[in-house]
Design a protein around this ligand. Structure first.
Ligand code: MG
Length: 382
């Protein structure tokens, strides 16, 4: 950066870069405590001038890091006791609470999650003299960012092993990959750049000012949109009953080209409705053999990508299942878990209700199952 002060303490708008990060993490309800790892000489300054001055109550401890970034990571995992740990660079001030929540929801489900964005430019490798060796397949490459989230025991094992073997990686996920544990990649944000050059700070200032202007014009947040969805399927013999991705023991199941999961189909239509994406039948036609017997969670994952491509983030989901028998209440937590993992959405933002139809109509006669869903999404820019 070419300045005397480390870049995490430089001003960005009204606040130092690092305070933007700490405020973002503080706003996430699932974050119970923040452990700050800083150079040993900075510890007193950070305690008084950052944590004390800006009233950052979730910062429980400020500890001294090591020589390299990874040494600081090791110090952090040794000091940490929570089940899920989220690692974030202090110089990425434009991450959002929703992104942190998504990383946490992913770690709960898969154990290890990195955030990344697609590569837009063509990528080639070159030899030492600058001759092109190879053009890499761009579709499968990701530019990796933080936050990265892990179950503590997975990350601790990875760090201890790397330390014992003297291996240094460029991110925490790389250490986990070496232990054989698979790391799941989820969508990051293009704007979540690392403040590396003075131009990055200029760009971040411009971005925050622009967003401040947009928010000043009446709205307190980016605009929200709502979509509704409905679906029904016939109950027949010799089919599994799958609702919300959960296999429910029952003598009959739902007839359909896919697995007949009426709840997920209603949720898909609600999401598509909110982002102006048409409907499930247009996206996944019955006539296409590719979707025969497919898990509706697979379809939901594709719709989730589409929501992100259109630059929306899901804020909340609410759904109601109408089914006469059996009682579904015991299966609802598992349904929420499936939706949370597939959408990388905090479980606290998903609500599912189940009720009978009091013996009336096709639901009451146990001829079929119906589901309604409402999705709220917010524009998230890039
Ligand atoms: Mg359907």
């Amino acid at each position: 950066m070419g300045t005397a002060r480390p870049k995490q303490y430089l001003p960005l708008g009204d606040l130092p870069v690092i305070v933007h990060v700490l405020k973002t993490f503080s706003r996430v309800s699932a974050v119970t405590e923040i452990l700050l790892v800083v150079p040993r000489a900075d510890v007193p300054h950070v305690r008084s001038e950052i944590v004390g001055r800006y009233g950052l109550g979730k910062v429980r401890r400020v500890i001294a890091g090591g020589r390299e970034r990874q040494d600081s990571g090791l110090a952090a995992v040794r000091a940490e006791t929570t089940d899920i740990v989220v690692i974030h660079d202090a110089v990425r001030p434009l991450a959002t609470p929703a992104l942190v929540e998504a990383a946490i929801a992913g770690a709960v489900c898969w154990g290890a999650v990195a955030t990344g964005i697609p590569v837009r430019d063509t990528v080639k490798s070159t030899d030492a003299e600058g001759w092109v060796e190879e053009t890499l397949p761009r579709e499968r490459l990701c530019l990796v960012q933080t936050p990265q989230a892990f179950r503590l025991e997975i990350l601790r094992r990875a760090h201890e092993r790397a330390a014992a073997e003297g291996f240094y990686g460029t991110d925490d996920a790389a250490l986990v990959e070496r232990t054989g544990t698979r790391v799941r990649m989820i969508s990051g944000l293009a704007r979540n750049i690392k403040m590396t050059t003075p131009e990055d700070l200029d760009w971040a200032r411009w971005f925050l000012e622009k967003r401040g202007r947009e928010m000043g014009e009446g709205a307190t947040e980016m605009p929200e949109r709502v979509g509704c969805g409905y679906d029904s399927h016939r109950l027949v013999a010799d089919r599994r009953l799958i609702l919300g991705g959960v296999d429910i023991p029952h003598p009959r199941g739902l007839l359909g080209h896919s697995d007949g999961d009426a709840l997920i189909h209603a949720v898909i239509d609600a999401l598509l409705g909110a982002v102006g994406g048409g409907d499930i039948g247009r996206l996944f036609p019955d006539s296409d053999p590719a979707y025969r017997g497919v898990s509706s969670l697979t379809l939901l994952a594709r719709v989730c990508s589409l929501v992100k491509e259109k630059r929306f983030e899901v804020v909340h989901l609410d759904a109601t299942i109408l089914m006469e028998k059996p009682k579904l209440a015991v299966h609802i937590p598992a349904m929420i878990e499936h939706l949370s993992a597939t959408l990388c959405l905090d479980a606290g933002r998903i609500n599912i209700k189940a009720k009978t139809n009091e013996g009336m109509g096709f639901v009451g006669r146990e001829e079929g199952v119906a589901a309604f869903a409402v999705a709220t999404v917010r524009e998230c820019g890039r």
